[in-house]
Every structure is written in structure tokens, then in C-alpha cells.
Design a protein around this ligand. Structure first.
Ligand code: FAD
Length: 336
């Protein structure tokens, strides 16, 4: 088939790498080649990425920047606890994106009209993430604003490993994700819109030189809320159809898993849609839990069972999340 992939982020690049051998794949990326980057903290889990990248013939280990041992979690101004890590890492996300599309025809600095793509291609895959430029608008969309700096430290980094600070009522969190000895991503996403203030406060406290400033909304509406997944020749893959784990704002692995499901069902789109709904079914529960906290409607009676289901899911997939999953830590964060 002749396939257009719109959006060369994590989903689009992974999809291109998986399809380029058997199909004629052409990519379109809105950012220019010179400015092409990935607005993200670049945190992911090594074990799952090893497995997904191996399917594209890529050794993920080459892209790892920082291999986490513990995550410092700050609750309020005084309390801090640690979560043991086994797999959580930061990696060169844009470097991997470039290598995944190696050998593909990619047009940078362009966002073609849907009609043009429909004329020239058998299939158009909407991998435009939050923008969802080629699919109908989502009726009940839900997203958080985010803000992030890449910071360079001359006189030593403020933390030796991952650090996060959940905001009261679970409205979002601040993150410090290390990128080697001198660099880090610091940023925040917050429903109550304190994300810029919190990031600037951290910067003022710990110093560092801003190398880059980015920000964009992150979609927390989960796949069950992001219908339709397809429209005519267009099919959505990745954050365009809500593949972000809402509790963590984690979208890299889920978007690649979504691409993997697409590759397996490329000739049967209804089967792709069914498998997406099945695979991401737990995300609906996670969203309900997070939303109940955000809107101040959380009650143990109504949402306790969801919380238990989320814990069980995360515990069962501990290796995939790259961290020790403990109920008491989930409760500490939920109570923050
Ligand atoms: C600040 C921030 C930090 C994050 N940190 C993490 C993290 O540490 N770990 C994690 O797992 N997840 C993180 N996420 C979420 C994760 O980055 C995304 O969910 C994931 O990248 C989604 O992949 P995607 O390919 O679907 O979309 P994207 O990665 O957003 O890629 C979409 C691409 O489409 C392009 N595009 C947009 N519109 C058009 C158009 N009309 N035509 C052509 N191209 C277009 C964009 O320029 C972009 O390159 C973070 C998100 C944000 C906002």
C-alpha cells in the first residue's frame, strides 16, 4: 500500500520503521528538519523499549542517557520518599526518532491538506499526537497544559536521579528528569495551571541555564473517549487517539504499543479498533480515578475499587513501568 504518515513523533516514526519494508511509506512532519524535536521529558522504561525497538531492528540500549535507580518523591514541602527503579530511564528520544525513519521519504516543514493526501495515498495515518489534525474533533476531550525547560548545570546537578513533586489533589506534578551529568528536563503539567510557576520556582531555587523552552497540552482523554479512531482513509495511532497513561502522563510506550497493534491489523481496521479498545481498557479506570481527584469528587466508596484495579494492573506490569509498585506509595500520592 501507499501510506502517508502525518506526524513524525514517537508513534509516526515507529510505525514508519515497522512498515517501510513492505509498503511505500511517506512521512509528513510539520516541524522543519532543523527544528524537529520531541516536546517531552524523554522518560521511559528500558525493558519494554528493548522489546519494541527490537521489532524494528534497533538496539534501544544505544539511546539510553540515564538509567534510574530511585525516584525521589516530594510530598508537600517537607516530606520525601523514594521509589526503587528498575528500568525507568531517560533516552535520546529525537535521536531514536531520526534513526527509526532512516531510509524513508520524509517531508519536513509541511502539514498537507487531507484532500491532497486522500488523492495520493491508500491510507493516511494520523500520528499528529495532541493535534489530531486529520480526524474529527473529540467531543469530550480532556488535556492538561504543560511547560518544560531543558536546563544545563555547570556546578553539579541538583538531584542524582529522577525527582517528582505531585501537586495537591493530584492536579498534576513537577518533574526533574536527568539527562546525564550536566543536563536535565524540568517541567510540570497542572490542571490548576500552576505549572509555569512551579517550574520557575524550581529553576530559581536550583539555578541552571535554560537551553530550551517548550510546552504543549497533553491529552489525558483515554482511547474510550477518543472516538472515532478512523474516518474514511484516515486512521489514528498514538496520542491522537488518547494513548497516554493518565496517572503518569506517560505516552511513549503506549503510543508505540498502539502502532504495534496497528501493524498487526493493517488490513482490518475494525479489528485494530477492537484491539485498541481491549488493550487500553484499564486506561478508562485510570482516567476516572484521576478525574475524580482533580474534580474533588473522589470517594473511597465510589472510586476505591478503581484504585485497587489500577494498583493490580501496575503491580502485574511492574517490569513494564520500570519501578517498584507499592499500594502505600499510590495512597501517599493520592493523599498529597
Ligand atoms: C511536556 C511533556 C512531557 C512528557 N514527558 C513524557 C515522558 O517523559 N515519558 C512519556 O512516556 N511520555 C511523556 N509525555 C507524553 C508523550 O510525549 C506523548 O504522549 C507521545 O510523544 C505521543 O506520541 P505521538 O507520536 O502520538 O505524538 P507526538 O510525539 O506529539 O508527535 C506528533 C508529531 O506530529 C507533528 N504534527 C502535529 N500536527 C501535524 C500536522 N498537521 N502535520 C504533520 N505533522 C504534525 C508534531 O510536530 C509531532 O512531531 C510528555 C508530554 C509532554 C507534553
Amino acid at each position: 500500500m501507499k501510506i502517508a504518515i502525518a506526524g513524525i513523533g514517537v508513534a509516526g516514526s515507529y510505525l514508519a520503521s515497522r512498515l517501510k519494508r513492505d509498503h511505500e511509506v511517506v512521512g509528513f512532519e510539520r516541524m522543519t528538519e532543523q527544528h524537529h524535536d520531541s516536546i517531552c521529558a524523554w522518560g521511559t522504561c528500558r525493558t519494554k523499549m528493548d522489546e519494541l525497538c527490537a521489532k524494528s531492528g534497533i538496539d534501544f540500549a544505544k539511546y539510553v542517557i540515564h538509567d534510574g535507580k530511585k525516584m525521589h518523591v516530594q510530598i508537600g514541602d517537607k516530606r520525601m520518599f523514594q521509589i526503587g527503579l528498575d528500568g525507568l530511564c531517560t533516552y535520546d528520544k529525537i535521536g531514536l526518532i531520526h534513526d527509526l525513519v532512516d531510509g524513508c521519504e520524509i517531508h519536513h516543514g509541511t502539514a498537507p491538506k487531507r484532500e491532497e493526501l486522500e488523492r495520493d495515498f491508500d491510507l493516511i495515518v494520523d500520528c499528529t499526537g495532541f493535534h489530531r489534525s486529520y480526524l474529527p474533533k473529540i467531543e469530550n476531550d480532556f488535556y492538561l497544559p504543560t511547560y518544560e525547560y531543558k536546563v544545563e548545570y555547570d556546578g553539579g546537578v541538583p538531584f542524582d536521579d529522577f525527582y517528582i513533586k505531585p501537586f495537591p489533589g493530584m492536579s498534576g506534578y513537577f518533574w526533574y528528569f536527568p539527562l546525564g551529568d550536566r543536563l536535565a528536563h524540568i517541567g510540570a503539567g497542572d490542571y490548576n495551571k500552576k505549572h509555569v510557576k512551579m517550574t520557575d520556582e524550581f529553576l530559581a531555587k536550583y539555578g541552571g541555564k535554560i537551553v530550551k523552552t517548550v510546552g504543549r497540552p497533553i491529552r489525558l482523554a483515554t482511547p474510550n473517549m477518543c472516538m472515532p479512531y478512523s474516518d474514511g482513509k484516515v486512521v489514528g495511532v498514538g496520542e491522537s487517539i488518547g494513548t497516554v497513561f493518565p496517572l503518569l502522563g506517560e505516552g511513549i510506550i503506549p503510543s508505540m504499543e498502539c502502532a504495534d497493534i496497528f501493524v498487526r491489523n493493517i488490513t482490518d481496521i475494525p479489528a485494530y479498533e477492537r484491539e485498541v479498545r481491549r488493550h487500553f481498557a484499564i486506561y478508562a479506570k485510570v482516567f476516572d480515578f484521576v478525574h475524580s481527584k482533580l474534580s474533588g469528587q473522589f470517594s473511597v466508596m465510589r472510586h476505591g475499587l478503581n484504585m485497587l484495579a489500577i494498583y493490580r494492573h501496575m503491580k502485574k506490569h511492574e517490569a513494564r513501568f520500570g519501578m517498584d509498585i507499592k499500594m502505600r506509595n499510590l495512597v501517599k500520592v493520592a493523599r498529597a
